[in-house]
Design a protein. Structure first.
Length: 112
């Protein structure tokens, strides 16, 4: 599965973990995008399409500033660990931008 949102970056094959997509920007900064993070990112693209370019700009800025980043769904339980890398979740990008998606899902009323 290709992650079309990252087409502008160079794809890198990490032989130690082929399940997590790895990319490099034009400056050689490397970052990983775990599947859970990508799903969250696509959720924002679906629900906040007008803000998606700002989210991707924040992601790019995070990579340029920190040089080694793992974008994960849960920093307490990431799929991969790499020395010298920092972890960022989707809300680390969207919250400072004031971009929110309200989760209105709730459990079923059946069985009450």
């Amino acid at each position: 599965m290709t992650y079309e949102a990252f087409d502008k970056y160079r794809s890198v094959v990490d032989e130690a973990n082929r399940l997590v997509h790895c990319y490099e920007d034009e400056e050689g900064n490397r970052f990983y995008v775990e599947p859970g993070f990508y799903e969250g990112l696509m959720g924002f693209r679906e629900k906040r399409a007008e803000d998606f370019p700002r989210i991707m700009a924040a992601l790019d800025e995070t990579v340029k500033k920190n040089h080694k980043v793992i974008f994960t769904a849960d920093f307490e339980s990431p799929w991969i660990t790499r020395d010298g890398y920092i972890y960022r979740e989707i809300f680390d990008l969207t919250d400072p931008l004031g971009i929110f998606v309200e989760d209105k899902s709730r459990g079923s009323d059946y069985g009450d």
